[in-house]
Design a protein around this ligand. Sequence first.
Ligand code: FES
Ligand code: MG
Length: 597
Amino acid sequence: MANFQRITPEQLRSRYWFDNPDHPGTTALCIERYLNYGITLDELTSGKPIIGICQSGSDLTPCNRHHIDLVKRVKDGIRAAGGVPFEFPMHPIHENVRRPTAALDRNLAYLGIVEVLHGYPLDGVVLTTGCDKTTPAALMAAATVNIPAIVLSGGPMLNGWRGAERVGSGTIIWELRKRLAAGDIDYAEFLSRASDSAPSIGHCNTMGTASTMNSMAEVLGMSLPGSAVIPAPYKERAMVAYDTGTRIVDMVWEDLRPLDILTREAFENAIVACSALGGSSNAPVHINAIARHAGIELNNDDWQRLGHEIPLLANVMPAGAFLCEEFYRAGGVPAILHELQSAGKLHGDALTVNGRSIGDNLQGRETQDPDVICRYNDPLVDHAGFLNLKGNLFDSALMKTSVISRDFRERFLNDPNDPEAFEGKVVVFDGSEDYHARIDDPALNIDARTILVMRGAGPVGHPGGAEVVNMQPPEALIKQGIESLPCLGDGRQSGTSGSPSILNASPEAATGGGLALLESGDRLRVDLKRGEVQLLIETSELEARRERLTQQGGYRYPGHQTPWQEIQRSMVEPLDRGMTLEPATKYRDVARQHPPR
Ligand code: FES
Ligand code: MG
């Protein structure tokens, strides 16, 4: 247990608002309106920590909605430990419904949380998380403001079932879309089967972006050990909500802050754990963003350098066979970390919110079921982390190697002379509408060795960055049994997708990236061993194309629909830099460096 110098009640940040006799007028104004619903003067002025609860649940956000009930236990915990809870809303973020994309909301919610944490009388905060972007938004804000903060995940849904078959969130949709395209099922059955994946409250039950990012919060040290993937309806979920409430009050007294926890070692732990989890391809974007706000330079080269060699240990969809209920029962995140620690791959002394090191928290936490959480020396897949590909079209693009299927490897990677390279002719789409309009056009001549390219899908081209790069082949090919083609694009893909796409190409076409210069019929060479993707044309031809594009005014993309789309587009960084708002990244430790005035 780290030895913390405890602060005194006089040092509580909330005293500035609630106990400031030098400014009786403003102090009275701060106090009087909180009394109007029954808070007592004693609660506000007797030196109790005021704890914010950032509420990410609402009727619009079903993945997080149960936090509305769960925070009752958080408040019980806060009060039991001598604090006073104040709940406030997070801007809603629901991955599946928000148009044009929920990714727009991550930075908007981030800004909102920063302003609340900075501008209101809060000594600490519980960050309720769940659906994909709620977790990074909250952690980015915690890093920027740096008041004591702890994450409470809402937890995944129970397993989905169809008869004896597991049905995983998101993953089933990608599967069923192919069945629908092949004519095996009709639309009504498509909907009915898709609904099987959502049997209870909670977020996606696969190792999609939600389970990944909540696991990442735990690995970073920002939530209580073992809490990330407790299924939402389990009694342990409410119990850990209570413990989270009691713990944040102690963290305030210990002055234990996010930037004490979010160190370089913590982020390196996140990278290795993400590989072992078979985590979402959105994790590098969000983790790099949190790191930027914490003042730590982390890039996609770090992801490949530290993460690629790590094996896949979690046998959870989309990379594996099980779902989060089994993953939790097998030991959850601590069991993954236990394996990594035994293999010497973890910085065991990184600090966590419970005041202990991550290594100390792992005693006795080995896997309870090696079929679900494998031993490090008997993994599902070797070298399962992301590759960071580069070439003459982009500086960085990620490939999630843990999901490369046997079929894909046989079709593309089995050149005996160079088993990790393949070449193909490209067919290029400008955004997802163009893809849907033309994919089945026989004139495109798409065959089993075509590489599908999606551009105009990055944070500027499709404001926020669209999850559209995992394109399915034309119906005619699916009917022949070709269920996937290599895809490349400057957008993202869903974390629940098992597609071995080349994603997040940065810079994107809309900001001068080389994908804007591609033409259908061009040939690409992908070399996984060298980490390269090269367009096979003369440099002079590439330059001539760039000149022509410049004369035409650059790559065209749809206009803004809302004020926020315009604002974000004017300042957003590329996906490899975390898609952060550039002017925001210089603010750090705001609560101490910029006291409220
Ligand atoms: Fe919300 Fe997957 S859609 S967690
Ligand atoms: Mg998603």
